[in-house]
Design a protein around this ligand. Structure first.
Ligand code: CTP
Ligand code: MG
Length: 557
């Protein structure tokens, strides 16, 4: 960890040679993990951030000739990687091998002029390609060359899944279709890097790091981009004042609280993003939220962005989720499947409200996996016990310590298949005593609820908080009813075995297995809560079975 802190400092002064050192050291410290194909989130951040610094984002025209475009850019140096994508027009992400190439490229870029509108002369690495010569129709960009940045529509996913021959394969196929691509991940870091260029006008050493589903391994193409303005790693914070003799410290403006400082920083940066940030639109400052943030849309990338500051706990929980996802491939697959299922049934929503959030759902999946016999993933308390001295982290009095070295974690040999786990997941939550118990991944065991709330999920690090405080009783009821229905569907041989229509078959294949679970539900349009309360759960399930049987008979007749 020490070595990584050092590389962090290097990175803040990142120019050419320093970056090379930073990369070498980060690689060394994670060597054993890399052998296993695993990278720490810290290493991932370092590599991606550094890549992003050497990259530019260019708005192109669809008539752009790819060869000519590359030839033109190559004049400034070797290109490591490039790709095109569509978002209100065609864009190119171009990563040079060296930072100097970006500097050289920018030296020849013109400031727009001549129109009736005036431009704010803030220079960034978001550029537009102009082509005033003849249009050459060969080798033009076409849709085929563009990398998709959004997921396939649910109907298409259902068709794709119906062609698979096992539920395990359906789950893997869903994960493949939904997870972030290499290109999308690069684009996320590039947007952070472009914003950092704005923020560094005030805080030259700051970084902007993505957190949440953009980097925790559970992000779906099209998910929002959560960003953290990081001022904790600026130099001077750890400079120890000598016990005697002369020393200097900075004079700094003071505010009443840490929160007030965060609010004023976000207010100013938010204002800059709004006034000067090319491509940033619809900027909203939401400074009175529990976690103050600036929300806006970054048009060239199509990302909905949330910028926060002084939010170290969220970065820790991102790191924890990332670690769990890396421990066993079943973790990510099950989370993707449950998230997709929840979205399809409106259990989660893109609009904030009394819905269960993706973050809550993820914690519920993790808890379920801790409850298997033998457990698939360890408890957070166990991960804390494995921590080394360098892992110790206390944030505002909360112990956020857990092991960072994957190799210290011994997993038990649970051989359950994804199909089994999915069915068991729905059963587990169809019968979970939500009214009395709280979900707790720190202990890996349900605990008595410390307060009244329909759904109680203890925040893993700020243990006095409930992650799902927003969820109301009717939303929880819907979730439970849908779990019951899905558990039942997976137990029916009719829905849990392939229906022919295999790959290459004519027409739309008949939905089966996981695909059936994504179809509109029979119970989702749920009646009033009061009415259902009067009947015991067994009656409800009986009713549900009846309605499904009737539905099947209708289909057959
Ligand atoms: N977070 C948290 N406590 C909460 C909500 C969020 O610690 N009550 C942290 C988590 O690390 C979460 C991140 O903030 O991953 C971002 O929150 P959010 O965008 O709501 O969730 P994501 O995990 O990013 O999922 P989504 O794809 O829905 O954006
Ligand atoms: Mg998010």
């Amino acid at each position: 960890a020490k070595c990584l802190q050092k590389t962090d400092a290097f990175l803040h002064r990142s120019i050419g040679t320093d970056v090379v050192i930073a990369r070498a050291e980060a690689t060394r410290s994670d060597e054993s993990d890399e052998k296993n194909g695993r990278k720490s989130l810290h290493t991932l951040h370092m590599e991606r951030q550094e890549q992003a610094e050497r990259s530019v984002l260019i708005s192109c025209q669809s008539s752009t000739n790819e060869k000519k475009f590359l030839k033109y850019l190559s004049k400034h140096g070797e290109i490591n990687k490039y790709f095109f994508y569509e978002s209100y027009g065609v864009y190119a992400v171009v990563e040079f091998a060296n930072q100097e190439s970006v500097t050289s490229l920018l030296e020849g870029v013109a400031i727009p002029g001549g129109s009736h509108e005036s431009a704010v002369p803030f220079k960034s690495r978001l550029l537009s390609l102009r082509n005033l010569g003849s249009v050459d129709s060969s080798n033009q960009l076409s849709g085929r060359q563009c990398q998709p940045q959004t997921t396939i529509p649910i109907n298409e996913l259902i068709k794709r899944l119906s062609r698979e021959e096992s539920i395990d394969k359906q789950i893997s196929s869903l994960t493949e279709a939904y997870q972030l691509t290499e290109e999308n991940s690069r684009l996320r870091f590039l947007v952070c890097s472009l914003l950092k260029d704005i923020a560094t006008a005030y805080f030259p050493e700051c970084t902007i790091k993505p957190f949440g589903s953009s980097v925790n391994g559970f992000g779906k193409l099209g998910c929002d981009l959560d960003m953290l303005l990081d001022l904790d790693s600026i130099t001077g914070r750890n400079v120890k004042l000598p016990k005697s003799g002369l020393s200097l410290e900075y004079q700094m403006k003071r505010a009443n609280s840490e929160r007030a400082v965060t609010q004023s920083i976000l207010s100013v940066i938010g204002e800059c993003v709004d006034q000067f940030g090319p491509g940033c639109v619809g900027v909203q400052k939401i400074l009175n939220a529990r976690c103050p943030l600036v929300r806006f849309a970054h048009q060239p990338s199509g990302f909905q962005c949330d910028l926060t500051a002084n939010n170290r706990v969220a970065m820790k929980s991102t790191e924890l989720l990332y670690l769990y996802g890396e421990l066993d491939p079943r973790v990510r697959s099950l989370v993707f499947t449950v998230r997709c299922w929840a979205r399809a049934h409106g259990v989660t929503s893109s609009i904030p409200g009394a819905w269960i959030t993706n973050f809550s759902l993820t914690v519920m999946v993790l808890f379920f996996l801790q409850k298997r016999t033998p457990p698939i993933i360890p408890t957070l308390d166990h991960l804390r016990d494995l921590a080394g001295p360098g892992d110790k982290t206390v944030i505002e009095g909360n112990d956020c310590t857990f092991v960072s070295d994957f190799n210290k974690i011994q997993l038990q040999s649970n051989t359950e298949t994804l199909e089994q786990l999915l069915g068991e997941f729905f059963e587990f939550y169809a019968t979970f005593p939500f009214s009395r118990m709280s979900i707790n991944i720190r202990k890996g065991k349900e605990q008595n609820k410390p307060e009244v709330a329909p759904l109680h999920i203890q925040n893993p690090f700020e243990t006095s908080l409930n992650v799902s405080k927003n969820v109301n009783a009717s939303q929880l009821d819907r979730f439970v009813a849908l779990c019951q229905e899905s558990a039942w569907l997976l137990q029916q041989s009719e829905t849990s075995t392939p229906r022919g229509g295999g790959a290459g078959g004519e027409g739309a294949p008949t939905p089966w297995g996981l695909a059936t679970l994504l179809l509109p539900s029979q119970v989702a349009g749920i009646k009033s809560r009061k009415k259902r309360r009067r009947e015991p759960a067994s009656e409800r399930i009986k009713g549900l079975l009846e309605s499904l049987k009737n539905k099947n008979q209708l289909k057959k007749s």
